[in-house]
Design a protein around this ligand. Structure first.
Ligand code: FES
Length: 84
């Protein structure tokens, strides 16, 4: 099966202190629940140089800023609904 979306979450210290850990757990869970683990590559990344707007999540070539636990579900629905 081909992977169709690549997501990289920033694991740098600034994004960490802004709550990226909860977001990582939410994304892993979401991919599992929606059977998207074969279609989405999800990895950690180093500082993306955009610390003041973190947590940052790169989706393919675009950076989504301020990815908080409150916003992540909406972002995933918007970006990944077509893969379900
Ligand atoms: S620590 Fe995430 S952009 Fe710098």
């Amino acid at each position: 099966m081909t992977r169709e979306v690549e997501m990289h979450i920033c694991l740098g210290s600034s994004c960490f202190s802004r709550g990226n850990k909860e977001v990582v757990m939410f994304i892993r869970d979401y991919l599992k629940k929606n059977h998207l683990e074969d279609k989405v590559i999800f990895k950690g990344a180093r500082c993306m140089g955009n610390c003041s707007k973190g947590p940052n999540l790169r989706i393919d070539d675009r950076i989504e800023e301020e990815v908080t636990i409150a916003r992540i579900e909406e972002i995933l629905e918007r970006e990944l609904a077509r893969l379900k």
